[in-house]
Write a protein that binds this ligand. Structure first.
Ligand code: SF4
Length: 335
């Protein structure tokens, strides 16, 4: 029987963070003032091994999970990630395995990931303007490095390639159309994401949000768009295609048009805490179960117990007050 939460949402997607570390310090995710040299990242023995992750993933797939996305931090900073990809791609019943990366280390790893069984990939790239991009990632990595990573992924046969851009008013909104124009006709899909109040360190305010509607209007003014049908129920991005057939873009309207009603995602942090919402406060400890000798049946029962009482719908009840409440950092559980 399909596992359902309190709002009858099935458990279909699992996002697995393989590390809380990242080589970027994006101002909206891991601001340098907080994640500086003294920040206490997880120690190696605190994070789940690849074998532990694969075991948990198998139990999740048996519960109906069809799609797994590897995240971080930045997943490619963890050594031999292709080893984990290989283990996960062997899981029977798993239909989709993908990964979100900042692209800076992708060029060297793309072929290995593809050979290990990865089919597609999402690369974060907030702007094609070097100055804007480097100000946002605060780590000295320029656009060219990420574009080389994307080219490497394409050459390795990863497809489709999605490009995620977080849009923050006054920061990179003047570069939206350039980004769309650059990838139009390449087969890659740019997805523009409304700036969100993730974690408790990014200083979110509603004035920072450029709405999905505004984004579509901006692009449409130069390159006419028409709405496209979702690929499946619960798809996070709204699809828009170019009228001339040169491709499509997506907009993720997490602030202005929340999609909690169809949210089938669970998130596993690098140290094995399970969260049932991106804006969760408290995780559920699966590392203790794994390391305490629990059987697969016991782990399965623990997943069911967490999911059945899930009633998260943060984006539907967001206010300026909830935005400042403590939440798990995005670098801890991926986006
Ligand atoms: S706010 Fe939570 S429940 Fe709503 S869509 Fe995002 S992750 Fe899902």
């Amino acid at each position: 029987m399909t596992l359902q939460d309190r709002f009858e949402r099935p458990l279909r997607d699992l996002r697995i963070s393989v590390t809380d570390r990242c080589n970027f310090r994006c101002t909206y995710c891991m601001p340098r003032e907080v994640f500086g040299p003294d920040y206490a990242f997880l120690q190696r023995d605190a994070i789940l091994t690849y074998e532990e992750i694969a075991r948990l993933a198998r139990v999740f797939v048996a519960h109906g999970v069809e799609k797994i996305r590897l995240t971080g931090g930045e997943p490619l900073v963890r050594r031999h990630l292709h080893g984990l990809v290989s283990m996960l791609s062997d899981i029977e019943g798993l239909q989709d395995l993908t990964l979100t990366t900042n692209g800076s280390l992708l060029k060297a790893q793309a072929q290995g990931l593809r050979d290990a069984g990865l089919k597609r990939i999402t690369v974060s790239l907030d702007s094609l303007d070097d100055e804007v991009f480097m100000r946002m990632n605060d780590s000295g990595v320029g656009v060219a490095t990420v574009l080389e990573g994307i080219a490497g992924a394409e050459a390795a046969g990863l497809s489709p390639i999605k490009i995620n851009a977080v849009v923050k008013r006054g920061e990179n909104d003047h570069t939206i159309v350039d980004l769309a124009r650059h990838f139009r006709g390449t087969g890659h899909i740019v997805r523009f994401i409304e700036f969100m109040d993730v974690g408790s360190t990014n200083g979110w305010q509603m004035e920072h949000v450029v709405t999905a509607r505004e984004i579509v209007e901006l692009i449409n003014a130069e390159m006419p768009l028409e709405p496209a049908e979702p690929n499946y129920r619960g798809e996070v991005a709204q699809r828009w295609r170019y009228v001339d057939g040169s491709g499509e873009i997506g907009v993720i309207a997490s602030i202005t048009q929340p999609f909690c009603g169809d949210c089938t995602r669970a998130r596993l942090s690098a140290e094995g805490q399970l969260y049932t919402c991106l804006f969760g406060v408290r995780g559920h400890d699966f590392r203790s179960l794994l390391r305490g000798g629990a059987t697969d049946e016991e782990i399965s029962a623990a997943i069911a117990k967490v999911w059945k009482v899930r009633d998260d719908r943060y984006s539907e009840i967001r206010t300026s007050e909830t935005a400042s409440l403590p939440k798990v950092e995005m670098s801890h559980i991926g986006g």
